[in-house]
Design a protein around this ligand. Structure first.
Ligand code: NAD
Length: 487
């Protein structure tokens, strides 16, 4: 059966989810569907008082359920049941997500949602396997590093992969024995509400997941500044990450995981497999129309191979299947909003006015919705905003080099260090460049995450602090206590 659907027929869970009920409050922020620009809902904004209610509900649920202190295997079982329910409700969840976000329904079911269920199971495994450590002491003592959950974790997520981002925050925090108050992006909030409803249906004690809807300055700031939020886990832009750090510093000290922006380079050497490189590079900038933190938006190609490589990428850029996110055949996403599309276009036009050569695209696509044509800019200078700014759209820049030193100098970004791609058959070069490059992830002869969730993700420089996924994400949701017992 086709996954295509009529967006006007979808009922959305519009409200905050606190405890086990949907709490309605007046809609404030008008919401438009990225695929056709039509108005479809208003997002409410949770006040400080409502955030406080969510935090108190979470703390009470922790106490009543003894979630952090009960048998860890029971936590793991509930998380697995939740993952099973997410899979069996994948189509319903995909429809809610596809109405408001840029994610095509076909990619959601087989991709984002399937992977999220898998990642929740991955984190469930840690609950009854990762424990405290006994440490070497003399025989008169017993020393241990005991780990404990924080209590209530405050999580804030962006709009670009709403289900996945919620899963990255909820999975490890809950497996580690915490409760969560999560604020999804005000552009794409409803799939997180549905995820929380499914958790309660799957047997998770009510109140362990609370979803508050709203914007950053009101609802987000109320979460990060709340005295009973013991840890903040944030994914979003570097600017918002800095505002959150300032708010946390003003209102109290607490640990933070910050997954922020990127402007990742992809370096292609003359000995690379060009078909493999072209496929990986195109997919990295076309997936979700480049609205991905790890989008490989800066192509740095050896001058000998730049021309055939660019031709292969252009062919892929020209073949995209744009279409509304509710059409199962569509694979190329719209831009999240008219405003964001105008920002993308302004950076592209400014680069062209400064002398960049636009090899394809460089303009909004015709028709309904906020689509932007896949764009390749050549002859771009290193200080140009097209190189320095995170465009967060389907815009790839091309720079060329002839020596390894030149390639490294171009790859090094003044602000960001999230990911990097490297295409070469020379293993010694792979090791040299991997060591030299300032990035939290290096992909070699491929670009993009696999389903090896044990590999953590996070940034160097202003791309962030701490990691999502991997063991690190689980441990970041527990704190350690040193215990020394005199025998
Ligand atoms: P954004 O920073 O505008 O918003 C992200 C979230 O933060 C939203 O929920 C927003 O309401 C909230 N927020 C904004 N200001 C806040 C404040 N002062 N206090 C508390 N909360 C606040 O980002 P976006 O436009 O939704 O998402 C795109 C950005 O996210 C890009 O920069 C992208 O690189 C980044 N991102 C990073 C990763 C990663 O793993 N590093 C993953 C996905 C997206």
């Amino acid at each position: 059966m086709s996954l295509s659907f009529d967006p006007d027929q979808i009922s959305l869970p519009i409200g905050h989810f606190i405890g086990d009920r949907l709490v309605e409050s007046p809609g404030v922020l008008p919401m438009r569907r990225p695929s056709d620009g039509s108005f479809y809902a208003e997002c409410p904004i949770a006040s400080e008082a409502l955030v406080d209610e969510a935090v108190r509900t979470a703390a009470r649920a922790l106490k009543i359920s003894n979630w952090g202190g009960a048998r860890p295997r029971e936590r793991a079982n509930v998380l697995r049941q939740w993952a099973d329910l997410i899979e069996s409700e994948a189509e319903a969840l995909a429809r809610i997500e596809a109405v408001s976000s840029t994610r095509p329904v076909g990619q959601l079911v087989a991709g984002d949602i399937a992977v999220t269920a898998e990642q929740i199971r991955f984190f469930a495994e840690f609950a009854d396997k990762e424990g405290s450590d006994l440490v070497p002491t003399d025989d008169e003592h017993l020393g241990m590093i005991m780990t404990e959950p924080y209590g209530v974790v405050g999580a804030i997520t962006p709009w670009n992969f709403p289900v996945s981002m919620a899963g990255w925050k909820l999975g490890p925090a809950l497996a580690a024995g915490n409760a969560v108050v999560l604020k999804p992006s005000e552009m794409t909030p409803f799939s997180s509400v549905f995820l929380a409803q499914l958790a309660v249906k799957a047997g998770m004690p009510a109140g362990l997941i609370n979803i508050v809807l709203g914007d950053g300055p009101t609802t987000g700031a109320a979460i990060t500044g709340h005295p009973d939020i013991a840890k903040v886990s944030f994914t979003g832009s570097t600017g918002a990450g800095a505002a959150i750090m300032a708010n946390v510093a003003r209102s109290g000290i607490k640990p933070m995981t910050l997954e922020l922006g990127g402007k990742s380079p992809q370096i292609v050497f003359a000995d690379a497999d060009l078909d493999q490189a072209a496929a990986a590079i195109s997919s990295s900038i076309l997936t979700n129309a480049g609205q991905a933190c790890v989008a490989g938006s800066r192509l740095i190609a050896h001058a000998f191979v730049a021309e055939p490589l660019v031709e292969a990428i252009l062919a892929r850029m020209k073949a995209v299947q744009a279409g509304p996110t509710w059409d199962a055949a569509a694979t190329y996403s719209p831009i999240i909003s008219e405003r964001h599309r105008s920002r993308i276009d302004a950076i592209v036009q400014a680069a062209c006015a400064e002398g960049a050569e636009c090899l394809t695209g460089g303009e909004p696509m015709r028709g309904k919705g906020y689509f932007y044509a896949p764009t390749l800019l050549a002859s771009v200078d290193q200080p140009s905003p097209a190189i320095t700014e995170e465009i967060f759209g389907p815009v790839l820049t091309l720079q060329t080099f002839t020596t390894e030193e030149e390639a490294l100098a171009l790859a090094d970004h003044p602000t960001y260090g999230l990911a990097a791609g490297l295409f070469t058959r020379d293993l010694s070069r792979v090791l040299r460049i991997t060591r030299a490059i300032a990035a939290g992830t290096v992909w070699v002869n491929r670009y993009g995450r696999s389903r090896d969730h044990i590999l953590p993700t996070g940034g160097y420089k202003r791309s962030g602090i701490g990691k999502d996924l991997g063991r690190e994400a689980y441990h970041a949701n527990r704190r350690s206590k040193s215990v020394l017992i005199q025998v």
